[in-house]
Design a protein around this ligand. Sequence first.
Ligand code: SF4
Ligand code: MSK
Length: 662
Amino acid sequence: MTDIKGCQSCNSITGDSTLDLLNQDLAKQVRTAYDRLEDRGMSACLFGSGGTCCRICNMGPCQIIDGVDAMVGVCGATADTVAARNFARIVAAGTAAHTDHAREMVRGFIATAKGETPHEIKDVAKLHKMAAIFGIETEGRDKNEIALELGERALAEFGQQEGTLTMLKRAPEKQQKIWKEMGVEPRGIDREVVEMMHRTHMGVDQEYKNIMKQAARTSLADGWGSSMLSTELTDIMFGTPVPKRAIVDLGVLREDMVNVTVHGHEPLLAESLCLAADDDEIIALAKKVGAKGVNLAGVCCTGNEILMRRGIPVAGSFIQQEMVLATGAVEAMVVDVQCIMQSVAQVVKGKHTDVITTNYRAKIPDAVHIQFEEDAAYESAKKILKHAIANFKKRGDFYIPENKKLDVVVGFSHETINYMLGGRFRQSYRPLNDNIINGRIRGVGALVGCEHYKYSDDVHFKIAVELIKNNVLVLATGCAAQALGRRGLLRPEAATEYAGDGLREVCETVGMPPVLHVGSCVDNSRLLIALTEMVNEGGLGDDISQLPAVGSAPLWMSEKAVAIGQYFVTSGAHVIFQDLPVTGAKKFSQYILEGLKEDYGACWGVEKDPIKHARAMIAAIDEKREALGINKKQERVLMDMQMRRELEGKALPGMGCGQGGH
Ligand code: SF4
Ligand code: MSK
């Protein structure tokens, strides 16, 4: 067994609390992904990391060397074909993950509309907005009746075979035109995933550009289809997030309470647990075993979901999931789907903790399974909590780091950004666009996606600081957002500490952090709407590809991140990752890294070094500013109300920040 302090991780493990925990004897006994990475002791396979290992038929596996005639596949497949197929399959798998998550949310939404869950339709304004997009009559109808029709229409989008997805029409008109011309408008969500898998089967699509066309279509079925449906219907059901203070830290575990961590992605389970934790019977049972109650804490993106909507603290992100258990203070880690390492069930061996799987789709050897029944959600949640409570008295040695509990401000839906920047009486993206035009804000950088054990955990922090120092407003989601929270960038004070003059002025005026936590990985669809709002507001071009905005997942791990990256690229936003499995195929990688720009106005980029990564993002923003003719410092013009009325609807160069009605 490796002493974790002796491995490469000691320089890169995240946050003071984790370091504090790692110095404790009980944590030294735990084998983590860092240890396993070190134990494996071998570098990644060059064919795998270059995208040119093919194992889609049993004549292989074939390792292809680009340009070497003798090293094509047994079937004759070239490096470009194989790398494109592999890449497209990653997009399909990521889309499938978001889609299966979204389908469950839509089914839960329908059950809620029928009164079959403990939840209710909370955001009626958003319900009506979505109903309008789907052409559903709202006049004189009960909210549950509207919700039921919306849910059924949404569910039909998954299995739809012809036509186009309804929410594509939310995109800027020019984007829609590009997709139509390219022939990549998704017809139905499931259909695109299935067709992608078919076309990458042995002996089907063998032309890398054509393969990527279907990958683009599949990615749109994710971003503007399943992910967007999931986010919007989840908001309607559980409430659209609004800014709130919360804590992201291992130290949120409580000595005097039954600690239950919720790990995974689908908020139906977590929301039900939140309700059940306040149930009188549950509180009484907890007291009976000597605890004050049940303390729920999030891990990974389920953490983001309940953090955004309820302010429930996050104990840890993806790379901390084993550390959360290493505390010995968790009675149960309740998991559903995605990003749960098989090792968690091993970490708890010999401890009182149970890993509880709750979904028939995701079982783990050595875990306890308690099926979460959606049609008996409250009772299922109580059953899970009762199991956790029974473990409390068995708690042995434990250690909860106490040295640092960092406050964060979270809950920036695209509606909130509208409200914060536009003001109570005139919600609008106008002030954001104006501040971009006048140069106070250089542009928008999205830092999204996962964390990765191979790299130092301060990569997100370094990139974000470089961006905000250069007046780039950062929007963050997923585990990246949690990493930035742990490093203190989700506090309004971070603007004063790190931001450049222009961004600092805007943040201080509005009282917002320079890095806005926008949600879970499925919530990247919020960013698509935010970008669309910026286009629609005017003054920054007429499609997403003209905006000074760029995306990045600098520590991507999951296939979902590639699906997200691809839907941003297909939607016109340049995206940079730390690496992509395309380097073994010259023409294909050139297409991904340059050629896609001709088709969609945006392409992929790769850069490992965090500072160079940030500078590449800034360069992409500056290129757009240059093309828009706004890349020069403009004089600040303070507007009075008369001037503002006259210029209403036009770009307002030099407008002072915070003049949007605060
Ligand atoms: Fe090899 Fe072709 Fe089969 Fe792939 S499809 S494993 S390249 S023979
Ligand atoms: S959980 S997909 S590690 S963001 Fe969404 Fe985190 Fe990436 Fe999983």
